[in-house]
Design a binder for this molecule. Structure first.
Ligand code: SF4
Length: 368
């Protein structure tokens, strides 16, 4: 592991058992994260992007050990944290923090923001009294809040200001790694830019490393040095940000990017409409998990899982999990799969709302 790597994941797997509503125990498991390896370097922002339910938030929770791993290894600053218990993890919690999506739900409405921001000091038994108040007010200033609003309640702040409270709380202990889980998706567009700029300024100022999770490719583009695209528990493409947007190679990446609005609508790009829904993570498709929806699918895609590697002509940092990656001048919009219809997704395999809610409940229940 090179010295500037702050976080390293090797073959990380997280499966959640599906609880049955009947007395019979279900043997099914949700394959939320299935064999992911990646590294995050000191001072960079890695964007983790994909549709709802693809496993990106679960992956972040595995990386920060907010949940136990089913298997695999996580190194944080060179230390293996994969099997550490809560007591062993406690000192490391100061170095790894999370900013959550919902600036409304993540703050207790009955507590004053000064006390909320000061929580990490109290939990770790650090500064107290007047010194804690001084440190909290410094943090409020750092994130652009008025320190005189120390005694206000969350309801007295706007959505953007509440997210700033969440940012201040996450930065209280001067972490090295901050996982931002959809930090702007609950905010108005005009406020999103302010919070993104704040995160970027703080990164420069404090030398932070971010893992930035979003379902929105255009948001990730503006903040990330590298982007990893997830589909059904796997990373399907990872590359420096500019390469992902200029020359996506995975058919899923090409399709998602074709839907991102462009400043010039006459630029001639046609939108690629994917058929079908995301299959069930309880019983993911064989071979390439994207094959039931892929316009380029062939028999090999059904039989053999593609490795996540640099493909012909690509930079070594640009890896794609696809047997037949999209070429530069290729028009994916005209491509048609070369596999029989019965190989493609069938209705009963689609993920049910029940399974998704089960996955959420289990993940919440396991969170440390
Ligand atoms: Fe499509 Fe096959 Fe590539 Fe999967 S491996 S993305 S099915 S072409």
């Amino acid at each position: 592991m090179s010295r500037d790597v702050i976080l390293s994941l090797t073959d990380v797997v997280k499966h959640f058992p599906v609880r049955s509503s009947s007395l019979r125990r279900s043997r099914d498991v949700v394959h939320a994260v299935d064999g992911i390896s990646l590294e995050v370097r000191q001072g960079e922002t890695l964007g983790l992007v994909g549709e709802t339910g693809c496993g990106k938030s679960t992956l972040a929770r595995c990386a920060t050990r907010l949940v136990d791993l089913t298997s695999g290894r996580v190194l944080f600053q060179g230390r293996d944290i994969s099997r550490m218990n809560a007591r062993q993890l406690r000192p490391l919690r100061r170095e790894m923090q999370m900013i959550f999506q919902d600036p409304y739900g993540s703050l207790n409405p009955k507590r004053r923001v000064g006390s909320i921001i000061g929580d990490p000091f109290a939990i770790h038994g650090l500064v107290s009294g007047a010194e804690r108040k001084r440190r909290v007010q410094e943090l409020m200033e750092l994130v652009g809040l008025n320190p005189e609003h120390y005694n206000r309640f969350p309801a007295e702040f706007s959505g953007g200001q509440r997210q700033r409270v969440g940012v201040a709380r996450a930065l209280a202990l001067r972490p090295k790694l901050v996982v931002c889980d959809e930090p702007v998706s609950a905010l108005d567009v005009s406020i999103q830019a302010q919070v993104l700029n704040l995160l970027s300024d703080l990164q420069q100022q404090l030398g932070l490393t971010y893992v930035f999770i979003s379902h929105d490719l255009s948001v990730v583009r503006h903040v990330s040095d590298r982007v990893a695209l997830m589909y059904l528990g796997k990373i399907v493409e990872i590359s420096p940000s500019e390469q992902m947007y200029a020359r996506p190679r995975h058919p899923y990446a090409v399709a998602l990017l074709s839907a991102v609005p462009r400043p010039d609508p006459r630029s001639g790009r046609e939108r690629i409409i994917l058929t079908g829904d995301v299959p069930s993570p309880v019983n993911p498709p064989s071979g390439c998990r994207f094959h039931p929806r892929c316009p380029k699918a062939q028999q090999r895609c059904v039989d053999e899982e593609p490795a996540l590697i640099a493909r012909d002509g690509d930079d070594l940092l640009h890896a794609t999990a696809c047997h037949f990656p999209v070429a530069l001048a290729e028009e994916l919009v005209h491509a048609r799969p070369a596999i029989a219809e019965e190989e493609r997704v069938i209705e009963s395999e689609l993920v049910s709302a029940e399974v998704l809610s089960e996955l959420r409940d289990t993940a919440d229940g396991e969170t440390r």
